[in-house]
Write a protein that binds this ligand. Structure first.
Ligand code: PFF
Length: 446
């Protein structure tokens, strides 16, 4: 039998997992949700969601993946013979596909902005012009679909090259570049006059904007951000080495991912305030406000390339991790050849994404709000639901000893044993109850 591929070392395990977490969520969603929901107050709620829900679900997924060394369906069926739990796998695959449908569209806009930045499209643009550029980038029929095609071609080439020669190799090169580019943008933004107000906005909470809807969106963001509730982390953990420390890795990934989000906030908000622009402009923050700012600052024409390259790298690696969930399933459960599986899956994603790209506001299919539906349905409902079922599955239907053994590397990591016991209680009671409460209130029942 062909040997199953895996990542080569502890550092790679960390970098590749981080490369799934870091994405448009950090550079696009996190800043605009923070901007429109009370700055630091939103960040605090988001951090709470990560601590009480995100970390436990991440541990569950790491456990499922590394224990079984299988794709999401294989993992669930190995751990329990209850057929009903296969739903975790099917729900997860449906969620990853739906996210990929709109994610590929936004990644396409980002790629097109890399080219526009390189060719100097944003030099000296006015407020009205950036708006026009964004509208024409998103609403014409062919360019968005062509960009989706380019993004998915890049993603396919990397996926076809395999787990080690594709995903691992590319991540090791791109992640450090991404971080360096981001730090350069932050330094520039922080040295602008009036940057202080932006920093205050990020770190001084305004609780007047917080309500249940804000809590629901922070929870959705925490799942989306950490690629949880749909089997992505299970799939990546199935490629982990047996000696990697699952706790240490979860902590490092969560802390680093949050730092990247904060860095993105620090690259954006000081500059936004420095130019007196609106921090709560919503989704257009990345595609209108950023080009406008960079067009005004010295060296901006180079920095903007760095900024959109960062976003392009991040979105490519996140997309890879989503699609790998499906590739692992088809190659392992359906015994399909990897190249064939990638081509079929990516072709379907391309067709649906191309149609989705025409459904944004102003697009020719805007009557059918597919883009918004995929976005809302996944973040607000499917991912937390997936997380809830995963927590119930691990807490109530899987052998506790297996969980404790796996998280402590069969007892070799002594300090993890107590931590695993505490996590198990949280996974069994706290996480499900909290998720159910937030759910019921989001649909107006309580
Ligand atoms: N975590 C990614 C981000 O924040 O952009 C998004 C993501 C990646 C979601 C992988 C789902 C997934 F399977």
């Amino acid at each position: 039998m062909k040997q199953r591929e895996g990542f080569s070392s502890g550092l790679t395990v960390f970098l590749v997992t981080l490369s799934s977490a870091v994405g448009l969520g950090n550079i696009w969603l996190f800043p605009y949700l923070t901007g429109s929901n009370g700055g630091a107050a939103f960040i605090l709620i988001y951090l709470l969601c990560i601590a009480i829900v995100g970390l436990p679900v991440m541990l569950c997924e790491f456990f499922m993946g590394r224990r079984t060394k299988k794709n999401i369906i294989g993992a669930v069926t190995t751990l329990s013979n209850k057929k009903a739990f296969k739903s975790i796998g099917y729900l997860g695959m449906a969620s990853t596909a739906m996210i990929a449908f709109f994610y590929a569209v936004v990644a396409g806009w980002v790629y097109s902005y890399v080219l526009k930045s390189i060719t100097g499209t944003f030099k000296g643009v006015t407020n009205t012009e950036v708006k026009e550029i964004f509208t024409s980038s998103t609403t014409s029929i062919f360019p968005p679909a062509i960009w989706v095609f380019i993004v998915l071609t890049v993603v396919s080439i990397i996926l076809i090259s395999g787990v080690k020669k594709g995903i691992e190799k590319v991540t090791k090169v791109l992640m450090p570049i991404l971080l360096i580019l981001l730090v350069i943008c932050v330094i520039k933004s922080l040295t602008l006059s009036g940057a202080k107000e932006g920093i205050e906005f990020l770190f001084k909470p305004d609780f007047s904007k917080v309500n249940m809807a804000v809590v629901v969106s922070a929870l959705g963001l925490s799942f989306f951000k950490l690629s949880l509730g749909m089997g992505t982390m299970t799939t990546y953990a199935s490629y982990y080495t047996k000696d990697s420390n699952l706790y240490g890795n979860a902590a490092k990934v969560i802390i680093s991912d949050t730092l990247v989000s904060l860095l993105a906030g620090l690259a954006i908000f000081p500059a936004v305030f420095s130019f007196g622009l609106d921090p709560s402009s919503g989704p257009s923050l990345l595609f209108e406000t950023i080009p406008l700012i960079f067009s005004k600052i010295p060296g901006g024409s180079i920095l903007i390339v760095a900024f959109f390259l960062t976003a392009a790298f991040a979105s490519t690696m996140a997309l890879i991790s989503m699609i790998e969930v499906l590739v692992a399933y088809f190659t392992e459960e359906k015994k399909m050849d990897r190249t064939k599986a990638v081509i079929i899956i990516v072709s379907v994603i391309f067709i649906v994404s191309a149609i989705t790209s025409m459904t944004v506001s102003g697009g020719i299919l805007s009557k059918y709000p597919l883009f918004d539906t995929f976005d809302k349905l996944t973040s607000s409902i499917l991912l937390p639901l997936g997380g809830l079922i995963i927590a119930i599955f691990i807490g109530w239907f899987v052998n506790k000893k297996d969980f404790l053994d796996e998280l402590s590397n069969e007892g070799a990591l002594k300090q993890n044993i107590t931590a695993a016991k505490i996590s198990y209680i949280i996974i069994k009671f706290v996480t499900p109850i909290l998720l159910i409460i937030v759910f019921l209130s989001s649909i107006g029942v309580i």
